[in-house]
Design a protein around this ligand. Sequence first.
Ligand code: ZN
Length: 275
Amino acid sequence: MRKGFSTAAATLCLCLLLLLLSPASFAEFPAPQETVLETLPDFSGLDGSSAFVRYGEPDALGRCTAAVAVLGPELRQGEERADIANFRPTGLHNAAYSFVRDRWVYNRCHLIGRQLGGADEMNNLFTGTHALNHALMLPRENEIAAYIRKTGRHVFYRATPLYERDNLLCSAVLLEAQSVEDRGRGLQFCVLLPNSEPGVAIDYASGYTTRADDWESGGTSAGERAYIVNTRTGKFHLPDCTDAKSISKRNRKERRGCRGELIAEGFTPCGKCRP
Ligand SMILES: [Zn+2]
């Protein structure tokens, strides 16, 4: 009996020890938060009498634009899941981190979630972080799905990716929703969801990422990648950096390597693209 107890206690201690020693603690970084906006969603001019989903055309840079819908019980999620792995929404330079759940920092996110009747098609997909997709968008989608299931009614919905300047990765997603038949009494929100991942520094211009603490400490990055080196100034850039594009041919050198390697060789990271 006593032996049995001690075995159990030893197992428990071992588990706790392993937990403490585990390098990837998910609770290490606080999750990003949604911002609830004071403004009410504006769906004036939209006919809410029957369900539909409308996707915006990509903009001049090929970026996914807003999708708008009247969601309802008659919209069914497609039976077949399309193979979206081949879709390349802008800014999708994926990288794996031990502390991100499922490892990969980016998901191909649906503007209109599949459970709400959104399709697996290019105009409905953008590059979003794992945290944005799972911790922020999913709870709001679940809230809408639950309302529709419970009432059998409709919901105006709009999802808008917000880009700064020519950035290929959106900084945030604006989600607006309003129940149709009861004019927002049953469900209404207007929220801003940041496209960020705890512990990861993101270059929104290109979508390249690095570990946030690596950026601060000047250590090695998550992996090897392409950089542009200015041999005159000793600075190195991400390939998409506007400063990298203006380097003269004579001083410009393409390099593959780890961030730490370049720093060890005496190069300094550009303050603009933060490679
Ligand atoms: Zn740069």
